[in-house]
Design a protein. Structure first.
Ligand code: PHE
Length: 350
């Protein structure tokens, strides 16, 4: 016991002489470390008698606590002294210009998407988000691509889970069109007898097997559009897409519709926008003067029905286009692979 108070006294004396943080650490090692006199008291407890053991143990703990708190106190003092010193010693020149802070910017893809949201918001379309991981049922079957349908060939994709799922594997969506079914089902469930009209756009990533070249990637954004209501006609579709092109590229922008086929629209059309870079003469961005933007058509009655809308009462149109294609046209980008290559020399131009 006499020992303990000696240990404490000696340690505190030594602490008063510590002048910096290195000294403080050395002090901690020699007075609270594993080989310190105090820790030896703890390790010798086993050699004491049953009666002595708790008494000595408690006393040693009291000393340990005291030393620890003295150590913490000294550390604060030393920090305060060091701060004071640096404040007095180092002069701070507040008139020096600051270092330029590198400011990030929006990815060209985000920019074009926001631009599209603006254009469609002006025409009364709301944004509807739908999932990227889909079942075969939603990605194909409910869109009138039954199992084995040849039109699936164009949209081979990545499988997430196929085992034990028969004809309904989980896939990465090949287009944003499954969102049509999800949206129609959601809205028609609100009032199944008299479902509300719909006017939405559905943006997002899609994944396909593609032969990659300067206008094809295995992953890209689509923007789907869906309008359902009584009396919607093909002319509404044409008007909407033509107006979109004008709002994006200016009044002189021209669009072209070509008859096409999709299982979920009837009739169907592909639509092109005249290349804004070359004015339709043909250039490295567009090739022949027109840029293929996407597909469109009047919603097939089977698809309306699958969505909970009675095809006798409702009609509608849908379209889906490649967002990067629009960005390429708008910003004069001649290779789609730049979008996800993460090359700063490309990104910094936006
Ligand atoms: N989903 C079609 C595709 O990815 C495009 C499309 C959307 C066609 C809507 C018609 C209507 O190729």
């Amino acid at each position: 016991m006499g020992d303990l108070s000696g240990i404490e006294k000696q340690a505190l004396q030594a602490l008063a002489e510590v002048a910096d943080s290195a000294g403080l650490e050395a002090w901690r090692v020699s007075h609270l470390g594993r080989n310190s006199a105090l820790m030896q008291v703890f390790s010798s407890l086993g050699t004491l008698s049953k009666e002595e053991r708790p008494i000595v143990g408690q006393a040693a703990n009291v000393v340990k606590k005291a030393l620890e708190s003295a150590h913490a106190g000294r550390m604060e003092e030393l920090n305060a002294i060091a701060l004071q010193k640096s404040l007095e010693g180092d002069k701070l020149d507040v008139t020096l210009p600051g270092r330029p802070y590198p400011i990030g910017r929006l990815h060209p893809d985000t920019r074009i998407l926001r631009e599209l949201y603006r254009v469609f918001a002006e025409m009364g379309f709301q944004v509807f988000r739908s999932r990227e991981v889909e079942s075969d049922e939603y990605n194909f079957q409910l869109l009138n691509f039954p199992v084995g349908h040849p039109a699936r060939e164009m949209q081979d994709t990545y499988f997430i889970e196929a085992e034990n799922r028969g004809d309904n594997p989980i896939v990465l969506r090949t287009h944003t069109s499954p969102g049509q079914i999800r949206a129609m089902r959601k809205y028609s469930a609100l009032n199944p007898k008299d479902p509300p009209p719909i006017r939405i756009i559905l943006p997002g990533m899609v994944y396909r097997y593609e032969q990659v070249d300067n206008s094809h990637e295995t992953q890209f954004d689509q923007l789907e559009g869906l309008a359902v209501g009584p009396g919607i006609r093909f002319s509404d579709l044409k008007g909407t897409l033509t107006d979109m092109a004008r709002r994006l590229f200016g009044q002189q922008a021209r669009t072209r519709f070509r008859a096409s086929y999709f299982p979920f629209t009837e009739p169907s059309a592909e639509f092109d926008i005249e290349c804004f870079q070359c004015g339709g003469r043909g250039c490295s961005v567009c090739g022949g003067g027109w840029l293929e933007i996407g597909g469109s058509g009047m919603i097939h009655p089977i698809v309306l029905e699958n969505g909970g809308y009675d095809p006798e009462r409702f009609t509608g149109f849908a379209f889906g286009f490649g967002v990067q294609r629009i960005a390429m046209l708008k910003y004069g980008i001649n290779d789609i692979r730049y979008f996800w290559a993460n090359d700063l020399r490309f990104l910094e131009q936006f």
